[in-house]
Design a protein around this ligand. Structure first.
Ligand code: F6R
Length: 369
């Protein structure tokens, strides 16, 4: 049942190229237009929406944080992302023009369910992004866009996360299409790139042996920090969450720009710091800033583990360990940059003798608030 893998998690990491392709299947037509027939919210409602609110927990929340960048960039609709467990307790401002997106792999997470019920009571339309057919969250939503990751058995979410990202990108592009915003060359290029992203994920998976070796060499460490910017920031949070739940290590993700506002005080000799580097092209300002961050932390003794695009030579002098990922459009980078972090956490957990598929104290679906 584990298809020759030692753990479901390893199998599910390996299934990601297919999961991503399956989630795209039938949703882009020959001319590059999106056909999301399941999104049974009338176009008029999507056109009138003046705010998007994303609610989710854990890894799904990280997918939501990334979706915000895509939704705001491609549609110019303001988008908030909130932890489902916090949402209804702060009396959020919702109305008929609010489009709520509830992201959940299991479709049974109680925090997310209670948040979506609250949103619907206030008149908002709720669209679920979900991996489990017929589960409670899609049943209680106005519409659902299913992720086609297939069953995810390991408690730590991997392939569901990548497909949540794909579904959110599709949704953002679809909103752009329906509303006629920014529907131009950039979006066509993104759609084309999405269509081949499964192959890029496959390429990343083929180069993971050095990441495993690195993870094993860090098995005795107490702390690992993760830094990122732009969409790399939620990726850093996701890398840290994976390490907490699987390796039971202290791990934190920071926005790299926040370093100087506090976290840099944590840097000490030989502390492993993983840095997710944005694309050097187009956004060179961000790229330059993160390269200076890497220099700063390395000067203070950090062991820098740098995830950077192929061809990005600027990081080479400051990377104690360099993990290469294929170049992608800026917003899509999380689809490839997350993969090494999953492998890293899984291998560290194994090296520390932890139960990979069933981490202590955790359940696959959290049906209590
Ligand atoms: C992390 C993880 C959890 C879930 C969270 C939400 O690896 O598995 O953080 O992402 O409990 O679960 P769903 O997506 O089922 O609502």
């Amino acid at each position: 049942e584990k298809g020759g893998y030692d753990y479901f998690m390893l199998k599910e990491i390996a299934e990601q190229p297919k999961a991503v392709a399956d989630t795209l299947l039938g949703r882009i037509d020959g001319s590059g237009r999106l056909t999301l027939d399941e999104v049974r919210i009338p176009d008029a409602v999507l056109r009138a929406a003046d705010k998007v609110v994303i609610i989710a927990c854990g890894t799904a929340f990280h997918a939501g944080l990334i979706a915000k960048y895509a939704i705001e960039h491609w549609t110019r609709i303001p988008c908030e992302v909130e932890l489902a467990s916090e949402f209804r307790y702060r009396d959020p401002i919702l109305g008929q023009k609010t489009l709520v997106i509830a992201i959940s792999q299991s479709g049974e997470t109680m925090d997310t369910l209670m948040a979506l019920r609250h949103a619907r009571e206030q008149g908002a339309k709720v669209l679920a992004v979900c991996n489990t057919n017929g589960s409670t969250i899609p049943r209680e939503s106005d519409a659902v866009l299913y992720t086609h990751a297939g069953p995810e058995v390991a408690v730590a979410s991997t392939k569901a996360f990548l497909t949540q990202l794909v579904a959110c990108y599709l949704l953002a592009l679809y909103l752009g299409q329906v509303r006629g915003t920014k529907w131009g060359d950039e979006i066509h290029a993104v759609v084309r790139e999405l269509a081949r992203i499964g192959d890029e994920v496959e390429r990343v998976l083929e180069t993971m042996e050095p990441v495993r070796a690195l993870a094993r060499s860090l098995a005795h460490k107490d702390t690992v920090l993760f830094l990122g910017r732009h969409v790399g920031y939620p990726v850093a949070l996701e890398g840290a969450l994976k390490l907490k739940e699987l390796a039971y290590m202290h791990a934190e993700g920071f926005a790299a720009g926040e370093l100087k506002h506090g976290p840099i005080a944590l840097i000490e000799e030989d502390l492993p710091v993983v840095v997710v580097v944005p694309s050097p092209k187009g956004r060179s300002v961000l790229h330059d800033k993160i390269v200076s961050n890497i220099q700063e932390i390395r000067a203070r003794g950090a062991r820098t583990i740098v995830i950077a695009e192929e061809g990005d030579e600027a990081v080479v002098p400051y990377a104690d360990h360099l993990i290469r990922i294929p170049a992608t459009p800026t917003l899509l980078q999380p689809l490839v940059s997350t993969v090494p972090l999953q492998v890293f956490a899984c291998e560290l957990a194994t090296a520390r003798g932890n139960e990979v598929d069933q981490p202590r104290n955790l359940a696959k679906s959290v049906t209590v608030e």
